[in-house]
Each structure stands twice: as C-alpha cells, then as structure tokens.
Design a protein around this ligand. Structure first.
Ligand SMILES: [Zn+2]
Length: 486
C-alpha cells in the first residue's frame, strides 16, 4: 500500500497546493477546535445519541418526556421526602396528556419550564397538580405495561371509553374542599381529592399529596375500566372487597416499581417485609390525623374471612393481606444476597406479583367474582408462567390460612398441577355489601343504583293506588283526575 502523503488542511482549503494522488486530509488541532465550536454554537440540532447509526431500530431522536418533582410517600414521611421522576411521553400544560387531564377550577394550569419539565415548590397548588398527575400517570403506565407483556396489548381504557369516546380521566387535586375523603367518579369521569384540618390541629391535610391515596383511587378507575360490574353495590361483598383491595395493592405495587422506594424499603426492614415499613402502611399522614401510627390501613395484617362479615373494607384487608404475604414469601424464597442485590430482587418480585394480580383479576368472571375465582386464576397463571411450585404453595397456603380456599392436601405438601381449590368462607346468598368503612369511591351514590330504589318505590306506590281504587267504597267520591278521565 502506498504511503499516504500528509497535507495541512489549511493548504487544501485555500487551494494553494495541488492535491497529490492518495492523499488523506488530516485536520489540524485549530481546525478540530473550530469544528467543535461551530457544531455547538451554529448547528445545535438534535443531541447526538451515543449509538446513532449503529442500529436502525433505535430512535433517531431522543424520546419526549418531562421531569416532575413529587412526594415519594406524603409530606409526613419526611425521611423519604420528594423525588425527581422522568415521565416519558408528551405532557402539556396542566399537566395533561392523552389519557389524563387537569380540571381544577381556581388553580391555573401549570406550564412546563424551558426544558419541558414540571418542577414546582412543595406545598403549593402547582406542586399538588403535578404530583397528582404524576402518580395517576405512573399507575396507568404500570398496568399498561403488564397488559402489553401479554398478547392483548390493550391500552387499558377508562370505563367510558369507546370508538366514539376517548375522553381522558379528569384530575381535581383540590376537588373536595373540607372533605376528609377522596373518590373516583365514573359519571364525572374524574378523580377528586379532599382536604381538611384535623381536630386539634391548624395544619390542613391534602389527600392529593398522598402517593398511596392517589394511586389507590386510580386503581379504582383502572379496575372499573376492566370490570365495570364489580363496583356496583349490588354485587356480592367479596366482589366489593376485590375493588377496595385492588386500590391498596396498587399503592404497594407502584411503590415497588420505583427503585429508590424499593431501596428505602430494604434499608428500613433489613429485607424482612414483615418488619414495620411504609410499604405496608397506607396513607400515613391521613392515618396520623386519626391517631393511627400504621397509616389509615395496614397491608401486613392477619385478618381471616370469618372475622369480617359483610363489611367490605375488612373483607378487602383479607385479600390485600394475603397478597402482601405472598409477596413477602416469594421475596424470601428468591433471596440470594450473595448473588443478587436485595433491592433489585424486590423490584423484580414486586413487578411479578403486580402482573400476576392484574392478570388474575382480568381472568376472573365479569360478574359476581369472589376471592376463590381470583385465587384459582393466580394458581393457573403462575403455573403457565413456569414459576417454581413453591410460588403456588405460597398462594394456596396464604389464602387457606385466611379461610378463602380449602386445601385438599396438608399445607406442607406441594400444590398439584391443574387442581382448583374450593372456596371456604363464602358470601351468604343474597348478602348485601356494607361499605361504611370504605373509601369515598365505594360510598359514592352513583354505584348504589339509587334510581333503581326510587323506581321500585314508584312501582309499589302505583300498585297500592290501583288496589285502593278497586277496594274503594261506592259512595266515596273519585279523585278529580278520575273525574277528568270520565
Ligand atoms: Zn377505595
């Protein structure tokens, strides 16, 4: 091969010399500096991807998305505080996107900064709008990912969505002033969050600032899109329990989907999920306002079905507690701290139990689903996923101990392949739900078929009137309307 002739690039640019055959231009140091400066100042364009040009499947431009500042749990869990999170996708002033919109009268929509980010000061209206949007968005994305793994790839519609109606879910962070509650409303297509001043305090508590409460209410909205009959008060008590439990489990799953929170759980509990942890404590600030040190509810409970009657809130705790125990069992079973980081493992196990729970609920009957329906789907899906038999043993044993299902073999034996479990404690025939201790969603009048109650009263009145007209003595005068008919 010919030896290459080196020609200074300045000489080439000024054409002061003839180009020898086989020459290779070599940029001088000043030229390289000049080109770099020009690239930065005159042609900023799109930032270069490290792997640009290496793979045609990689995007040509960086993905759209925004950074947000949000509470990790709520303002009372000061050990955790706030976090910056990146939310991929197009997010506009509000914040809002295609599925979630901001609709709070009295609080101006929040505009993104020059970088497209929503970084606001905590304890302000604007921060509340961003935090609430972020938790709803993260919840929806978490469940969309679960369904996208399967073959359905469904976008997870809201209950009102159809080919003609793609309306988003409206979020009202301050939607219920002086109300100690929060709810999902199908008829309003909205999530509304209350605020209140606890007795003996001067500090106002905003339910929208709770990661747990916002994700819980979003869980109701997600499940209502999948199983619209489950939220009705006319459904059996265990069906109502599934709705309320799904809300609490949503808060736990969303927490476990976030790496910084998972690390905090591991550090707090020394990798024992039955130690006291913010993961199992629901709505800590709200709970403190009521004088409870374990949050509004605690997922790490020992309730059994025979202890709950028709009280939907208590029934829900049985299901939530069993799934929490299964999560802890699988995590303990899979732990190999010498090989895998505990936080990385808990993140993975949390993701699996989230996926297993959602897919089992989807596979359960559309009407009158009870706990044993879901448990049998969990066993079936777990086996189809190729998980070790221990996973199915944990599922069977935890639900058997809580009197949900009957195990045909001792709990020390392995769960046999393809065997369904019979229910142990069932709803009494025609049992009615008692929703008094549930969240605002479950107590919302729209799910109680109150029009149906009024209609049956109207029909009873009409029937009585017809009977009275037939029984009326001959000498009693007819009403003016009856006269008019004559
Ligand atoms: Zn609820």
């Amino acid at each position: 091969m010919d030896e290459k002739v080196i020609v200074p690039v300045e000489a080439v640019l000024t054409k002061s010399v003839a180009l020898p055959v086989g020459y290779v231009p070599t940029p001088s140091a000043p030229y390289r500096i000049h080109r770099r400066a020009a690239a930065l100042t005159q042609q900023p364009g799109q930032p270069r991807l490290k792997n640009a040009g290496l793979s045609p499947s990689l995007p040509a431009t960086p993905p759209a998305g925004s950074r947000v500042l949000m509470w990790k749990q709520d303002p009372s869990v000061s050990e955790l505080g706030t976090r910056k999170a990146f939310i991929p996708g197009v997010i506009l002033e509000g914040p809002r996107d295609a599925r979630i919109t901001y609709g709070q009268p009295g609080i101006a929509p929040v505009s993104p900064n020059a970088f497209g980010d929503f970084i606001m000061s905590p304890n302000t209206d604007q921060f509340d709008a961003v935090h609430t949007f972020a938790v709803v968005r993260q919840t929806l994305t978490m469940y969309q990912r679960v369904l996208a793994e399967g073959d359905s790839g469904a976008p997870l519609p809201w209950a009102w969505n159809s080919g003609q109606n793609t309306n988003p879910l409206q979020v009202f962070p301050h939607g219920l002033p002086n109300v100690m509650n929060a709810y999902y409303s199908r008829s309003d297509r909205a999530l509304k969050f209350g605020d209140f001043v606890p007795s003996g305090s001067t500090d106002r508590i905003f339910t929208c600032r709770s990661f747990d409460i916002v994700s819980h209410e979003t869980g109701h909205a997600v499940l209502d899109g999948l199983k619209p009959m489950w939220i009705l008060s006319s459904a059996p008590p265990q069906t109502g329990g599934l709705h309320e439990a799904f809300g609490d489990l949503t808060a736990i799953f969303l927490c476990l989907s976030q790496l910084d929170q998972v690390e905090a759980v591991i550090a707090q509990t020394k990798a024992d999920l039955h130690d006291k942890t913010f993961l199992a404590d629901m709505a800590e600030q709200f709970g403190l306002a009521l004088g409870r040190t374990n949050g509004l509810r605690n997922a790490d409970n020992d309730l059994k079905l025979s202890e709950t009657g028709n009280e939907v809130h208590a029934i829900s705790q049985v299901f939530t507690g069993a799934v929490y125990d299964i999560l802890a069992d699988i995590f303990a079973f899979e732990r190999q701290p010498g090989l895998v980081d505990d936080a990385a493992l808990l993140h993975r196990v949390g993701n699996y139990v989230c996926s297993l729970t959602l897919r089992s609920l989807v596979a359960a009957p559309d009407r009158n689903a009870n706990y044993s329906h879901v448990v049998n789907q969990m066993l079936k899906i777990c086996e189809a996923d190729g998980k070790p038999v221990e996973y199915r043993n944990f599922i069977r044993n935890r639900f058997a101990l809580r009197e949900v299902v009957v195990s045909p073999v001792p709990l020390t034996d392995d769960q046999q392949s393809g065997v369904s479990l019979a229910p142990m404690v069932e709803d009494a025939p025609g049992a009615l739900q008692d929703r008094r201790a549930c969240c605002g969603t479950m107590n919302n009048a729209q799910y109680f078929d109150l029009e149906g109650v009024l209609e049956s009263e109207r029909q009873a009145l009409a029937k009585w009137c017809q009977g009275y007209a037939a029984r009326r003595p001959q000498n009693e005068p007819a009403s003016s309307e009856e006269e008019a008919v004559k």
